[in-house]
Design a protein around this ligand. Structure first.
Ligand SMILES: Nc1ncnc2c1ncn2[C@@H]1O[C@H](COP(=O)(O)OP(=O)(O)OP(=O)(O)O)[C@@H](O)[C@H]1O
Ligand SMILES: [Mg+2]
Length: 244
């Protein structure tokens, strides 16, 4: 079933009357990496969870594909900042998503090892996944999602607690997943990362999407006051480090 365009209209989320999303409108085409930026509490994680089907909207619609149908049963995956690893080996964790597809165990293992090679974890296949470092677990979580060949991959701050070299490894994998044909929607607080990875930027503030624009336009000519203030708040930090 076709997933794109994903058309989000008037999406509201008000648990116990608390306005978290106040009317999100957003359209996602079928190609590229879209980065979601915005201050703490803007509603970025809630939006991703809603797209993934983990939270039900209070109002509004998510219409999938040209037929504007419901969310497809398969093809949408999400990876969190702290991915959950089951008490199993690295290889078993990597292939978890293949189980429902009815592949023979041997074939699952072959695909799993091949994928672990792509993310640089093949030599750790037999170890307990929970013993991996944060950066290694994040690579494993991406491998697990990637193996299912999702059409849309939702990433919520996948590098937030990683050091620069682990972040660079994760960024490289994200680019490869995209080249492999997966549409990516990713939240980050790292503006440098946004300029490196994004095709376009979604800026959220106060429970709504304020801007959806190209990277260049967002950083050079932000339209909303919120985006201008957000960029100004972050830029001195970046420039200090880049200039050092
Ligand atoms: N189930 C809920 N009930 C009440 N409030 C909620 C619920 N879920 C989220 N919120 C609130 O919604 C707001 C947006 O949360 P969200 O986690 O989406 O922010 P965010 O943009 O991802 O922020 P951050 O950058 O800090 O991760 C927060 O104030 C949060 O406390
Ligand atoms: Mg969040």
């Amino acid at each position: 079933m076709a997933i794109f365009p994903l058309q989000i209209s008037g999406l509201r989320y008000a648990p116990q009357g608390r306005e978290v999303l106040v009317g999100v409108d957003l359209e996602l085409g079928d190609d590229g990496i879209t980065l979601v930026l915005g201050p703490n509490g803007a509603g970025k994680s809630v939006l991703l969870r809603m797209i993934c089907g983990l939270i039900e909207p209070t109002a509004g619609t998510l219409a999938w594909g040209k037929a504007r149908g419901p969310r497809p049963e398969q093809g949408v995956m999400m990876v969190f900042q702290h991915p959950m690893m089951l008490r199993m080996s690295v290889l078993q964790n990597a292939t978890l998503g293949l189980k429902p597809l009815g592949l023979a165990a041997r074939e699952r293992g072959r695909l799993g090892v091949e994928m672990l090679e792509r993310v640089g974890l093949a030599d750790r296949a037999g170890e307990s996944a929970r013993r991996l470092s944060g950066g290694e677990q994040q690579r494993l979580a991406l491998a697990r999602a990637w193996l299912t060949k999702p059409r849309l991959l939702l990433l919520d701050e996948p590098t937030a607690s990683l050091d620069p070299s682990a972040s660079a490894a994760v960024e490289r994998i994200i680019r490869e997943i995209r080249t492999d044909g997966t549409r990516i929607l990713m939240v980050t607080h790292n503006l440098g990362q946004a300029t490196r990875l994004a095709d376009d930027i979604v800026f959220m503030s106060g429970g709504r999407v304020c801007e959806h624009t190209s990277v260049r336009a967002f950083f050079s000519r932000p339209r909303s006051d919120e985006a201008r203030l957000f960029i100004q708040g972050e830029l001195p930090w970046r420039m200090r480090f880049q200039g050092a």
